[in-house]
Ligand binder design. Structure first.
Ligand code: BGC
Length: 750
């Protein structure tokens, strides 16, 4: 159908039909769905009639080829104009083949594999009847107390943006109409949800527009630049107004400034939540504010269906606004090819073959191997030698709870557990003795006695510790992010046996590792590694694979430092050398300023040596970028992969500038003894940032470029950016040019 035909369809719809198209309901409302008619709890109070369901536009959280086909068929029989339903679901890090959680994928820094994970998730979801995934979640995160950091790819705007693009490419492919084994992506949660105060979920967010543009918006923008079809609003406030009723954010910035013309959906119940937020008196006002802001679909509440028709008839809402929202939804259905193929990719036969197939599981394993981060490795504990006797102890030794939150379609019983994989990887299965040792939150003396027996006669102890998946994810905030006391006690007692101890951590957030990092000899951060997690970890522990993950979020020295992140400003009183003993500087009396482990950090079983980096010149101009080269040598015993990271510092800006900002990275695989020259082009575009007047531009002046293995240990080189007129041999500095000059320099709106 062309746009004219879609417009005609809109004119044929009654006002009630149009408004129902904007409502999204869960499957129990629909004929033919599993659980049909089981409308309980808050769903009951929605007061949704049969007629509204018949005219509704989309279904939330339903998958399965046969089920979705049955629902679509029944719907098309009843819907007067034959408008198909959209099936949307949270396919966040895999469908049945579960990949590592997004924070772990962030730590892989592997864009092709991230893209492939989304492509596989799309393929499995699409053959199971899903059309749209509520992903990628690209909220920038700095507070590990917030349980949803596991859904994000971390604290850096550049890395998040690159991953956002990779996910969108993987989900959507090139052509959604032709390629029915892809799904439309919905970037979320717009905007700045990651900044919930105190790390408490659903809490207030308040930040300057400058900070919003500089750090928080780039990843959403990157997803949209990559063609992401949909956007989801966030639960939080932005500038005092909840996002779902925020006209400045949605209509002005997203739609008018960025030109986003796709479908904007509210988060679950977020339209009605304008009432408890205290910006709408009742459902009618909530509907009014959300539709004015530009929210097309109301997820799981019914303010629109109950109130918009009357608001239109009373002349308070223009019917044109409703028509536009309906048209956008019909256009999305058209781009997905649903008018011609209402069942699209749903295919019960393909579903059996494709979902959780060996090829997909192999990709999940590869990404899990690349997502784990080796945080510490002393006394040569890792890799384990074949033939060593190993005690595998801890609540995650035999657990299938390794998929992580947001894996509703995955099955824990299909996950490869660590004990199974370790026994398969060892020279003899009998080399591994297994005990639980403790639960997640409590330890009994019987558990301890069993663990002590398992460890009595071994060479090395591997402790599998962590948080259950319920301890992170949505509504999974924690104020104390240390490991539960029972597990710390288990570690302490195990260590007291005098044998080398390696800890493998399963968790959804950077933890406060006091009691772990200082006690264990080795620490491998495995996150929630997904369906093939056990196999990936066993390969890493035995050295069949070499750890290559690098942290995409800093690990605090203690929870009291949070928010702690590498790209902070220097303040007027930066902390000097650690032994400077100054009081009146920006610091804590009882904690260092630095995190325990910085952004970009990760160890390997081999040693990478960086040569002296070289810069092609000391002066850059907008049309003369600089080349940076550095020779990287694998001087250790094993083949390995290094992530070479490039950071920038702008020494004098119109606004304050971060002490370091990631601008590029390269993943380099080298055999033992091999060297390679790694080259980067450092461009003027990399030096642009948001000015006081919100323009995005660079300033002439002094810069540093850093290259190295992480955000802390990078080697620094200086250069100058020159632009603009020369006065008596001295070039004017951008900082003193004023705003007009920035305009002449050619700015780029973000
Ligand atoms: C979450 C979203 C999710 C939606 C639909 C909400 O509670 O915040 O991330 O996509 O539910 O399941």
């Amino acid at each position: 159908m062309d746009n004219q035909q879609l417009l005609t369809m809109v004119t044929q719809m009654t006002l009630e039909e149009k408004v129902a198209q904007l409502m999204q309901l869960a499957a129990p409302f629909f004929e033919g769905a599993e659980g049909e008619g089981q409308i309980t709890g808050p769903m009951k109070s929605m007061g949704v009639t049969e007629e509204m369901v018949r005219n509704s536009g989309s279904v939330l959280g339903y998958a399965g080829a046969e089920g979705t086909i049955a629902v679509q068929k029944a719907h098309l029989k009843k819907n007067r104009l034959g408008i198909p339903l959209l099936f949307m679901a949270d396919i966040v890090h895999g469908f049945k083949t579960i990949f590592p959680i997004p924070l772990a994928i962030g730590c892989s820094w592997d864009l092709p594999l991230a893209e492939r994970s989304a492509e596989i998730a799309a393929r499995e979801a699409a053959v199971s009847g899903v059309h749209v995934t509520y992903a990628p979640m690209v909220d920038l995160v700095r507070d590990a107390r917030w349980g949803r950091v596991m859904e994000s790819t971390g604290e850096d705007p550049y890395l998040n943006s690159e991953l956002a693009r990779a996910f969108v490419r993987g989900f959507q492919g090139q052509n959604l109409r032709e390629d029915v084994q892809r799904v439309a992506a919905c970037v979320k949660h717009f905007a700045a949800y990651g900044l919930s105060e105190g790390g408490r979920d659903y809490n207030t967010v308040d930040l300057s527009e400058w900070q919003l543009r500089e750090y928080y918006l780039p990843a959403y923008r990157a997803a949209l630049d990559e063609g992401c079809e949909m956007v989801m609003t966030s639960f939080n406030t932005v500038d005092g107004v909840p996002a779902s009723g925020n006209t400045r954010l949605m209509r002005k910035l997203l739609r008018e400034e960025w030109g986003f013309d796709g479908v904007l959906i509210s988060d679950w119940g977020a339209v009605k939540e304008l009432i408890p937020h205290g910006v709408a008196e009742d459902e009618a006002e909530a509907a009014y504010k959300a539709i004015q802001a530009g929210v097309d679909i109301e997820m799981m509440t019914s303010c629109y269906v109950h109130h918009l028709p009357r608001l239109v008839r009373e002349g308070r809402v223009e019917e044109e606004i409703i028509d536009e929202a309906v048209l956008r939804i019909l256009q999305l259905k058209e781009r997905l090819g649903l008018f011609e193929r209402p069942h699209r990719g749903a295919d019960p036969e393909a579903e059996k073959e494709i979902v959780f197939c060996a090829e997909h599981r192999a990709a999940a394993r590869e990404l899990a191997e690349k997502s784990c981060v080796l945080l510490k490795n002393e006394r040569g504990v890792l890799p384990l030698a074949r033939g060593q006797r190993v005690a595998l102890v801890g609540p995650f030794a035999q657990s299938g709870d390794i998929l992580g939150p947001w894996s509703w379609t995955g099955s824990r019983k299909d996950a490869v557990r660590l004990d199974t994989a370790m026994k398969a990887a060892a020279a003899e299965p009998g080399d591994i003795s297994v005990a639980e040792g403790s639960g997640i939150e409590a330890m009994t003396e019987a558990q301890w006695a069993e663990a002590a027996r398992a460890a009595a006669d071994v060479d090395v102890i591997v402790l599998a510790l962590g948080e259950s998946s319920e301890m992170s994810g949505e509504a999974g905030s924690r104020a104390d992010i240390t490991l539960p006391a029972a597990q710390l006690e288990l570690l302490r007692r195990m260590k007291a046996l005098g044998k080398p101890v390696a800890v493998v951590l399963f968790n959804g957030r950077p933890l406060d590792l006091r009691g772990v990092y200082d006690t264990a000899d080795a620490v491998l951060e495995a996150w929630f590694p997904g369906s093939e997690g056990g196999a990936a970890i066993a390969a890493l522990l035995y050295g069949d694979a070499n750890p290559s993950g690098r942290l995409s979020m800093s690990f605090p020295a203690a929870v009291g430092q949070i928010p702690v992140y590498y790209n902070h400003f220097s303040t007027g009183r930066p902390l000097g050398a650690p032994d400077a003993q100054e009081r009146y500087v920006s610091h804590y009396l009882d904690l260092p300023n630095e995190p325990l482990l910085p952004f970009g950090f990760g160890l390997s079983y081999t040693t990478f040596i960086y040569g002296k980096p070289q810069l092609s010149g000391k002066i850059m101009t907008p049309d003369r970028p600089l080349e940076l080269s550095v020779v990287l040598t694998n001087a250790g015993p094993a083949e390995g992969e290094e992530t070479v990271q490039l950071y920038i510092r702008d020494w004098v800006g119109d606004t304050v500038r971060p002490v370091k900002e990631l601008k590029a990275f390269a993943k380099v695989r080298l055999a033992a003894g091999e060297s390679s020259e790694v080259r980067f082009t450092v461009t003027e575009q990399m030096l642009r940032y948001t000015h006081q007047n919100l323009e995005f531009a660079s300033d002439a002046g002094q810069f540093s470029v850093f290259v190295g293995p992480n955000s802390r240990d990078a080697e620094e080189l200086r250069f100058r950016l020159e632009k603009g007129p020369v006065t008596s041999g001295i070039r004017l500095q951008g900082a003193s040019l004023g705003n007009n000059q920035h305009e002449q320099m050619g700015s780029e709106m973000r």
